[in-house]
Write a protein that binds this ligand. Structure first.
Ligand code: G3P
Ligand code: CA
Length: 257
């Protein structure tokens, strides 16, 4: 059969823009989130950490060195200090002046417009971070059984468990790096006691893994896609979603009617 490729910005696979559309704009900035929204991604993925004065901000590395014009640990900056940094110029001069956004400004701007996949990044460095995320969502009434457009995930599985206790109606995911290539059915069943997603590095995804995650009752979104070929392979393996720097790679895939 001739595949029918989606031309309407919809795909069978959920399209998650990794750190925003970070192939096109500086990661974890409003510019990258806006680009993802314009590109009709289903979700933006954001990396949440905490400043010295206990404010939630979106930035990936535990230092500001790579993605801003500053130096040092995120947790050593106050919000006011970190927001004086330029988080855009490293990617391109046209992005000069992009700031490190707060978690609250992101959810206020994008709730109801695009899904938000919240990664609790290095939560072991930031005691109380799960509670702060939960408070921000509860204050905005975003913690109710919803349309599934908010998901919380982390590589720190204890943090996922704690967050799930605080926000039982929000879907949660465990992130799984390369060391989880041989994850057993028992481990998947254990994850499924608190998680709704098993989100692995794409290099450990096999048909068998996809089947076993589904049998355990979870969904599977694979990270981080940076080429069309990688998106095509994951589509063949029937993952539920891909987390990609380039949301456009998802749209080549057939939408079954
Ligand atoms: O969403 C999954 C992916 O973002 C995990 O890796 O290092 O890009 O946060 P990383
Ligand atoms: Ca991430």
């Amino acid at each position: 059969a001739v595949p029918v490729f989606a031309s309407n910005g919809k795909s069978e696979m959920v399209n998650v823009a990794h750190r925003g559309a970070s192939g096109h704009a500086p990661e974890n900035t409003m510019a990258a989130f806006e680009k993802a929204f314009e590109m009709k991604a289903d979700f933006i993925e954001i990396d949440v950490q905490m400043t010295r004065d206990g404010r939630l901000v979106a930035i990936h590395d535990t230092t500001v060195n790579r993605t801003t014009n500053g130096n040092g640990f995120v947790g050593d900056y106050t919000l006011e200090e970190i927001q004086q940094l330029d988080a855009g110029s490293w990617f391109g001069e046209e992005f000069a002046g992009e700031r490190v956004p707060t978690f609250e400004e992101i959810i206020d701007e994008y709730r109801g417009k695009i899904g938000i996949l919240i990664e609790l990044k290095s939560p072991e460095l930031y005691p109380g971070m799960e509670e702060k995320v939960a408070e921000a969502l509860i204050e905005r009434n975003m913690h109710k059984p919803s349309n599934g457009k908010i998901i919380i995930q982390s590589f720190n599985h204890e943090s996922v468990q704690l967050s799930k206790q605080l926000l039982p109606n929000i879907p949660h995911g465990v992130l799984a790096g390369l060391t989880w290539a041989d994850v057993t059915d028992e481990q998947l069943a254990q994850f499924a006691t608190y998680a709704d997603f098993f989100n692995p590095n794409m290099n450990i995804v096999t048909e068998d893994l996809v089947d076993r995650v589904h049998l355990a009752g979870m969904e599977i979104y694979a990270y981080t896609v940076r080429t069309q070929e990688q998106a095509d392979n994951l589509f063949e393996l029937e993952v539920d979603g891909i987390i990609t720097d380039f949301p456009e790679y998802v749209y080549r895939h057939p939408v079954k009617n």
